[in-house]
Ligand binder design. Structure first.
Ligand code: F0G
Length: 466
């Protein structure tokens, strides 16, 4: 059984590299403070010889752990015995060809794909990571779990707690910083919801203290087990492309858990000889929350073999503090200024010849309307991937015949306020929600038509507008 010392936790800093048992609860290396990975001695875990081997798993989907889009790939995240994994049916998500959107991005019709993670049980990609975190939490016997959240991690945690009954959920959110769809999930699923005066970065700092004080299991993406589950998003992308890596993976960047997980997935697949080349990675920040862009593209901070120079990061945060600048974007899911997975994301960018871009709220909402119009609605943060792909295509960094996969991280219904404000005819609503963020127009708005409640008027309106 692949566990015990065949799977372990390891500090990512090469000068430290300290190892810890999988059963320990850690969100940083006690020796040096660095981030931890879940690592494997692949010689002892028996990974598959070919990715095609996973196709047979699907035929056994009457077993919930084979049905799970996470645990179907258990051989690539074997940190608990398969029978002890936790699932609520996550990862039934599909890679879809998006011909109707390809033209908007600037690609040939069959070259754009969307990985629609909004189809997860709680409506976002977080369930991939939560399934893995819960498997680990169960191993450790934890009874209470917490997170700080811009809404999706909290919705996912609340759902897993209510379905599995393994732990009680405590969630920290910044007041007024979370979209209603997500807040309603946490409340309805019964999580203890703590609204603090502050934003996500404040809540994140606080929840770490609380978890230490109360011995609570932290499920934010500093938890390395979360990222193991999120690796499977890439396995499903590869599966959808018949195991042929695309040229580009484009993903929104907030706390940088996804991008870190994707990089780790590809590094491991390469090491195992299961793919012969890795896709390029593009991480897209919102312009109002663009720390990664600033550090990677402007100040040229690099992975540097694991010896990341943290001084530009500290200097940047000092400048933001001195000018009282806080993260601000309509894409509230990625309204994050101090990403906790920065070092791991730099490793992913290094491994995948990555680039970072930032897109404005205007670009995000226009892309979001285009995504919706082609039948796969998403929340604003998710549309950053499509807006980012379009930008990279206009810069010719993505080539016209490149095969591109954009990750749609969360469902349209997560944030109805942003969607309705964009399509609204109500100028006041537009101003209140969008214009103050620099959104000037809604070029792809689908306006509701106001008609008197008279049959003839209604018929006339339909004939006029359809
Ligand atoms: N897209 C959505 C819909 C998200 O909810 C998040 C993060 C991201 C993108 C960014 O992903 O952090 O892996 O870079 N949401 C977190 C939350 C922070 O609390 O739900 P990342």
């Amino acid at each position: 059984m692949a566990q015990g010392d065949a799977a372990f936790q390891q500090c990512i800093a090469p000068d430290c590299g300290a190892r810890y048992d999988v059963a320990e609860v850690r969100v940083a290396c006690p020796a040096c403070g660095g981030a931890l990975d879940v690592a494997y001695d692949w010689n002892r875990t028996r990974p598959p010889r070919s990715l095609r081997a996973f196709e047979a798993e699907w035929a056994r989907r009457s077993d919930p752990l084979r049905f799970s889009g996470v645990w179907r790939f258990w051989e690539l995240l074997p940190f608990v015995p398969r029978e002890q994994a936790v699932t609520i049916g996550e990862g039934q998500t599909l890679l879809q060809r998006a011909d109707a959107l390809a033209d908007f991005v600037g690609l040939a019709p069959n070259n754009l794909h969307l990985q629609y993670e909004g189809l997860n049980p709680s409506g976002s990609f977080k369930d991939n990571g939560m399934a893995a975190a819960f498997a680990h939490a169960k191993l450790t016997g934890a009874r209470r779990a917490a997170c700080a959240s811009t809404g999706n991690t909290s919705a996912s945690l609340a759902l897993y707690c209510s379905v599995t009954r393994l732990m009680k959920a405590v969630i920290f959110v910044g007041s007024g910083k979370i979209a209603y769809g997500k807040l309603s999930q946490a409340l309805d699923y019964g999580a203890l919801t703590v609204q603090i005066a502050g934003d996500f970065d404040d809540a994140m700092a606080r929840v770490r203290e609380v978890c230490v004080r109360l011995g609570t299991y932290l499920v934010n993406s500093v938890n390395p087990f979360r990222l193991e589950g999120q690796k499977t998003i890439m396995y499903r992308v590869l599966e959808g492309l018949h195991w042929e890596p695309p040229d580009w993976i484009v993903v929104p960047g907030g706390n940088l858990g996804n991008s870190s997980a994707f990089g780790k997935a590809f590094l491991e697949l390469k090491e195992l000889g299961l793919i012969d080349r890795v896709p390029r990675l593009a991480v897209i920040n919102a312009a109002g929350a663009d720390t990664l862009y600033e550090l990677h593209e402007q100040r040229k901070v690099r992975w540097n073999g694991g010896r990341v120079d943290r001084s530009p990061e500290r200097a940047y945060y000092g400048e933001l503090d001195a000018r009282s600048i806080k993260a601000s974007t309509i894409a509230s899911a990625i309204e994050i200024q101090r990403p906790v997975n920065l070092a791991k994301c730099l490793r992913a960018l290094d491994a995948c010849d990555g680039v970072v871009r930032r897109v404005t709220d205007q670009e995000i909402l226009d892309a979001k309307a285009k995504v919706g119009a082609c039948g796969m609605g998403c929340e604003p943060a998710s549309a950053a991937s499509v807006a980012g792909a379009r930008l990279l295509r206009s810069e010719s960094i993505i080539g016209p015949s490149d095969r591109v996969v954009c990750i749609l991280t969360g469902h349209l219904l997560k944030d109805p306020t942003a969607t309705v404000a964009y399509h609204s005819t109500d100028q006041e609503q537009f101003n209140e929600i969008l214009a103050k963020r620099g959104v000037r127009r809604a070029a792809f708005a689908n306006r509701a038509v106001a008609v008197r409640n008279e049959l003839d008027d209604i018929i006339r309106a339909i004939q006029l507008y359809s």
